[in-house]
Design a protein around this ligand. Structure first.
Ligand code: SF4
Length: 339
């Protein structure tokens, strides 16, 4: 999958003010004049992707337009069309914190859904009733797929969000019965662990959720619900070793590079690339080149240089963790939880 930033706006309007938002720190530095990716830049990126086999392969699986908040970009529809020429599967991720159907942010999303682009969203309970819920109803009439992300800081928060979704889909008709069945099973698993072991570790939580599916493709509708851990971020923008819901154990990130594969590539608005879902918040220093400024040959050279650093850094991180020095940054500049 290719993640491409099309808009940076984190903390630029009232609701995005949480400093623990995973894009707060990287985006806070971006000048207002550079908030929006321009169609000309998107075209440069697309032309470069065409010339690089690794990128083309990832693009064929999926291109995910993200940010910040992509619906804020006034050129979004044009940018969508540019990336759509590369691959049929272009998704867009929104916060769906949109005041009404008259908003130009919403009309951009509608235009994209009508062109078979898919829109996913992150559930925010604070704006669910007034903003997200009415528009989600509309989305269900325009597309037959949906990914819902739920960021949670405590396990009870996750249960709250699941209940919100259950209440919603209960009123959407029989077509969504498989979605409801999935959500109900998910709810039971989360409720059960909260009852039996409320202070559970992440490992125990994962084990208890083994029977809970998060994906269904029945009744002509594909649905996926994604539970995402929240993390504290320090004053330098560095993510904690532990997640918020499971503070007793280190949360390690298995980097795919030492294993010899690239599954995701994230391209920031600046053109800088990292081979994982690092949108700048993880502060991984070895980049895979710059998609806007570097030639395909330069990018390939940079990939090899950074690959070696990631492999060496991941080994050092393992050693540090085993030696009780978890959290120390290594000279290769990869985050201490990446192994
Ligand atoms: S080292 Fe960590 S942050 Fe860097 S690419 Fe790998 S997983 Fe991502």
């Amino acid at each position: 999958m290719l993640n491409i930033f099309v808009e940076a706006n984190c903390n630029r309007y009232v609701r995005d003010e949480c400093q623990f938002c995973h894009v707060y720190e990287p985006l806070a530095k971006i000048d207002r004049s550079d908030w929006h990716l321009l169609p000309e830049q998107a075209q440069v990126m697309a032309d470069k992707i065409r010339k690089l086999d690794i990128f083309m392969e990832l693009a064929q699986r999926e291109i995910n337009l993200t940010g910040g908040e992509p619906s804020q970009n006034p050129h979004l529809v044009e940018i969508f069309k540019i990336f759509r020429q590369l691959a049929p599967n272009v998704r867009l991720h929104t916060n769906l914190d949109i005041h009404s159907k008259t908003s130009s942010r919403w009309t951009r999303l509608v235009e994209i859904m009508k062109m078979k682009g898919r829109v996913d969203f992150t559930l925010y309970p604070t704006v669910w009733e007034t903003r997200q819920k009415p528009l989600l109803k509309e989305i269900l009439t325009l597309q037959d797929e949906l990914i819902v992300n739920m960021i949670f800081e405590k396990v009870p928060d996750l249960l709250t969000q699941i209940k919100i979704l259950i209440e919603f889909f209960t009123t959407q008709g029989e077509r969504f019965n498989p979605v409801l069945a999935l959500l109900e099973n998910y709810r039971l698993n989360v409720a059960n662990i909260l009852k039996e072991n409320p202070e559970c570790s992440e490992e125990e939580f994962i084990k208890s959720m083994e029977g809970a599916e998060n994906y269904t493709c029945e009744g002509g509708f594909t649905f996926l619900v994604n539970a995402i851990l929240g993390f504290f971020v320090d004053e330098h923008g560095k993510r904690a070793m532990q997640s918020q819901p499971f503070p007793k154990s280190n949360n390690l990130l298995e980097c795919t590079i030492p294993r010899g594969t690239i599954e995701i590539m994230t391209v920031q608005q600046t053109g800088e690339m990292t081979p994982c879902c690092d949108v700048g918040n993880l502060q991984c220093q070895p980049k895979f080149g710059n998609l806007l400024n570097d030639s395909p040959d330069e990018i390939m050279r940079q990939i090899e240089i950074s690959r070696a650093k990631m492999i060496a850094g991941a080994q050092k991180n393992r050693k540090n963790i085993d030696a009780g020095k978890a959290g120390e940054w290594v000279e290769e500049g990869i985050p201490p939880y990446c192994v």
